[in-house]
Design a protein around this ligand. Sequence first.
Ligand SMILES: NC(=O)c1ccc[n+]([C@@H]2O[C@H](COP(=O)([O-])OP(=O)(O)OC[C@H]3O[C@@H](n4cnc5c(N)ncnc54)[C@H](OP(=O)(O)O)[C@@H]3O)[C@@H](O)[C@H]2O)c1
Length: 259
Amino acid sequence: MKIGIFGLGQMGSAMIHGYLRTNTLSPADVLVKGGRSQTAKKVSDSLGLTLIDNLTELAEASLILIATNPASVLSVLESLPEEVTANRIPIVSVAGGVSLDKMGAVLGADYPLAHSIPNTAVEVNQGVLGIAYAEKISADAKKTISELLTPLGRLFETQEDTLGVIGSVGGSAPAFVDVFIEALSDAAVLYGIDRKSSYQIVEQMIKGSAELALETGKHPAELKDGVTSPGGTTIKGIAALEANGFRHAVIEAVKQTMS
Ligand SMILES: NC(=O)c1ccc[n+]([C@@H]2O[C@H](COP(=O)([O-])OP(=O)(O)OC[C@H]3O[C@@H](n4cnc5c(N)ncnc54)[C@H](OP(=O)(O)O)[C@@H]3O)[C@@H](O)[C@H]2O)c1
């Protein structure tokens, strides 16, 4: 199987690393079309990817990913030769702000297109990928796209108008979690834990909490109730978080990412 990709910047590279890490693709089966700078060439050379000049080579691909800046997406679609589009190779754009309607206006409303907003955890196959499909896409094309993206993480199908909030909660919120990790680490250091251990403890705690919630399917309130004994230290900690507007701060932070 081959996958074609336009753009090997931060997101494009993260996706390709995800595919290579799990051996879903061998490096030579990644067909890369770069932009104006040497970025794609450098990444392709270091990973052994196939840098292409002639876009007809994409006719062999099972999927084409567009991970360029939003401003380039429509011109990339316009540049695709007949040999590629006639094969109806599914195309997924991860560019923010370029709608399926705009892409469909170039390739036809019935072309197998999807718009996805992944987060950078695709690099370690733990991504959150919001995805919206073109209205007229066939069930087969949808299945192909979903199967080919699944190695990168978990897909959440949605309407295109709610892709943005998945991008915020899935894509911006990791930075909020990073700040939370730092804050907890500071607190641990305050009480005598060395810095390196403090990060390891906090990161493992967050990973474990997420896995526990995912695996048990328990409601977060149930998990919280399970560790808060009456008059105990954990409920005192939660009361302190709420007194300082923890939930409000989180919701306001998401609102800001949406503005
Ligand atoms: N980063 C994220 O967390 C994230 C999350 C979700 C979605 N996205 C979306 O992913 C896309 C890429 O974001 P990014 O952060 O990876 O940006 P980036 O690091 O700036 O990478 C964009 C890459 O696209 C290449 N490019 C531009 N025009 C091209 C063309 N016509 N043909 C081939 N390559 C072209 C650029 O190459 P040159 O510089 O060589 O021209 C650049 O390496 C954006 O549309 C963004 O909205 C990003």
